[in-house]
Structures are given as structure tokens and as C-alpha cells.
Design a protein around this ligand. Structure first.
Ligand code: MTE
Length: 347
């Protein structure tokens, strides 16, 4: 997805033309049901940037080899199991925009540990064993701890937060997450004065997940936030969506959701949270530091070096939308970045 050669002269016009061409080229249209409506809806499955366009050829070929070797094979036909019902209160932080259908949220994913095409996680993530599960919370805290799932579900009352979700690849969705604010967990461990950043780590299980060399990024997947971003009330630890436990391909059993940042900050299947003094390394920044910054706030004024960020495609819609700075959450979060150069230095 996130790297490689393409889109020369990525001005808005060029990109728009190219996107329309991609739409016409793709004839795959899937009938799906929306959460709130019983009427079938039409969704076009056509990634903005095809994988072969944005991924180095070696990684692309390796992925094909991986699938041909049968690791994805027959078993890939199995689907990740649906989760248990969760009760959650409605949150005032929710948008009232129409929800993206569950089918799209669970079949158009980025979860490189389970494959690098959008449909791969839905085919392969059933291999993720989500129970037993623990999250280690450590570092600059007075009360380091290891939380099992029971403890995680008791940290704070669950809320339904309907957030916009914007990927750096220019597609977006609206997702009814279920979760609780990350700050509820952080307050429990009593951060010390040295806690300036929070580092997150995903599970990596070499038996059930793609090797790093095939995926083209290092595993375990790692991410980070500055402490004030982590403590912000919008920053969510999600344990479910659409009223049920998280589907595996969406990052079960617990993932981060930071709605004003590009989706790659929202790390899945978290096993470790460490409070640290220095800005922690992050997976996509390690992979291409000129393309993926630490902050990664949604920003139409800061193009990706290889494509424009002025427009986005909401999954299920035909017309492109304007990208909104901070993904529309500017009123709540813009002040976190006062005085920072979000174009050149802290993108
Ligand atoms: N977390 C892990 N562990 N592995 C990944 O490959 N992909 C990231 C992020 N979290 C990723 C991850 C990217 S690039 C995006 S856009 C979002 O997850 C996608 O979330 P979704 O599949 O639920 O839409």
C-alpha cells in the first residue's frame, strides 16, 4: 500500500482523472447490507492505489509466492468469526454521517501481518488467537501491570464512538467503534514525569503471520503518540465495532483509534504499551521516513510525496470528497499543534 513509485505530478487534477479511470476499470460491485438499513447497498471495491503500484516489486512478488505456497491457500476461505454482543452507551463525540457497511469495514483492510491486499486480512486473520490475551503496560509509570481481557473490559464503561477513519491511501470510512478512552487506562498506571510519549506494539506470531520480508515492513508493528495526544479524550482503545467484539481483521481484541490521524497510527492487536521519555520509532516511519512522519495528522495541505492528499474517496461513494484538516476534528485537536510546522517538520 503505502509505498513505491507512481502518480507522477500528483496535482489534484491528475489524481482526480486517475481515480475516475480506476473506477471505470473496476467492474466489481458488491451488494451489501448497511447496519441501519435493511436495503442492500452498492459498494464498489476499487482501491485508490493498486497494491502493485504502491509496493516495491520485490515485496509484491514475495507476497504472491507466499500465497502460492498455500499458507493462505484453502484455509483462506474461512472467515474470521463474528464477535459477541457488547453493550455500550452512545457518545457525544460521534458523527452523524452515514455508517460504512460492516461488509466493507471487514473486507477492505490493512493488516499486513495477514497479507498485503485489502481482502487478505478477512481471509487470513482467523488464524489470530485472541484468547488468552494480555497487554503489558510498563515504562515510565508508578504501577506497571499486565492486563488480561477481563481486566481490560473493566477499565472504563464501553462507549460507541462513530468516527471518520481516513487512510493515507486516500480512502475513508465511518466506523461505529466500541471502546473506551486510552486516557482511562493510562491514568490507572500512574504515569511519572518522564512519560512524554506512549509506544505501542502489536502481536507478532511468526507461525500465523506473514514474515516481515514478504510484507515489506518490519514486525512487530509499532506505533506511538505524544503524551497529550494519548491523553486526548478522542483517542480510543477499541474492543468492538457495530455492537460486537472486534473482528480479527480489524485488530482484535484491542486496537488504537486516533481519528484525526491517518489510519496507520491506529495500531491493531496491541500486546504492549510503554510510556517513554523520547519519541518512539514507528513502523511506517522506519520504512520510509520522508513519506510517513511521526505525527501523521490528516492534512490536505501536506501532500504525500507521491500523491495528493486534497481529495479522498469515502468507501461506497462515487464522487470524491475534499479532505478535511485533522479529518474534521480540528476544533478538538488543532491546539495540540500550536506553533508546530505540520508541513515540513512535524508532518
Ligand atoms: N496495525 C497492524 N498491527 N498492522 C497493520 O498492518 N495497518 C494500519 C493500521 N493498523 C496495520 C495496523 C493501517 S495502514 C491502517 S489504514 C489501519 O490499520 C487500517 O485499519 P482497518 O483495516 O480497520 O480499516
Amino acid at each position: 500500500m503505502l509505498r513505491a513509485p507512481l502518480l507522477r505530478g500528483s496535482g489534484t487534477k491528475t489524481v482526480t482523472r486517475r481515480k475516475h479511470k480506476t473506477f471505470r476499470q473496476s467492474s466489481r460491485v458488491t451488494a451489501i447490507r448497511s447496519y441501519h438499513e435493511s436495503k442492500p447497498m452498492l459498494i464498489r471495491k476499487s482501491p485508490e492505489l493498486r497494491y502493485s503500484q504502491v509496493t516495491p516489486r520485490a515485496a509484491y512478488l514475495n507476497r504472491r509466492h507466499f500465497l502460492a505456497a498455500g499458507i493462505g491457500g484453502l484455509a483462506a476461505l474461512r472467515q474470521a468469526k463474528a464477535g459477541a454482543k457488547l453493550s455500550a452507551s452512545k457518545s457525544s463525540f460521534s458523527t452523524s454521517e452515514p455508517l460504512t457497511p460492516l461488509e466493507a469495514i471487514t473486507h477492505y483492510n490493512n493488516f499486513y501481518e495477514f497479507g498485503t491486499d485489502k481482502e487478505d486480512p478477512s481471509k487470513n486473520a482467523y488464524k489470530l488467537k485472541t484468547s488468552p490475551w494480555t497487554v503489558k503496560v510498563e515504562g515510565a509509570v508508578a504501577k506497571s501491570t499486565v492486563l488480561d481481557l477481563d481486566a481490560i473490559f473493566k477499565i472504563a464503561p464501553l462507549e460507541e464512538r462513530i468516527y471518520r477513519h481516513r487512510c493515507v491511501e486516500r480512502w475513508s470510512m465511518v466506523i461505529p467503534w466500541i471502546g473506551f478512552p486510552l486516557n482511562a487506562l493510562l491514568k490507572k498506571v500512574d504515569p511519572t514525569a518522564k512519560a512524554k510519549y506512549v509506544a505501542f506494539e502489536s502481536l507478532y506470531d511468526s507461525k500465523s503471520m506473514l514474515p516481515s520480508a514478504f510484507a515489506g515492513i518490519n514486525f512487530p508493528y509499532i506505533e506511538g503518540l505524544r503524551m497529550d495526544e494519548a491523553m486526548h479524550p478522542l483517542t480510543l482503545l477499541a474492543v468492538g465495532l457495530y455492537g460486537e467484539n472486534l473482528p480479527n481483521q480489524d485488530g482484535a481484541p484491542i486496537r488504537l483509534v486516533v481519528p484525526w490521524k491517518y489510519g496507520y497510527k491506529s495500531i491493531k492487536s496491541i500486546v504492549k504499551i510503554k510510556l517513554v521519555e523520547k519519541e518512539p520509532p514507528t513502523t511506517w516511519n522506519l520504512s520510509a521516513s520522508n513519506e510517513y512522519g511521526f505525527y501523521s495528522n490528516v492534512n490536505p495541505e501536506r501532500d504525500h510525496p507521491r500523491w495528493s492528499q486534497t481529495k479522498e474517496r469515502r468507501i461506497g461513494e462515487f464522487r470524491l470528497r475534499d479532505t478535511v484538516k485533522f479529518n474534521g476534528y480540528g476544533d478538538q485537536v488543532a491546539s495540540l499543534y500550536n506553533g508546530m510546522d505540520l508541513i515540513r517538520k512535524y508532518y
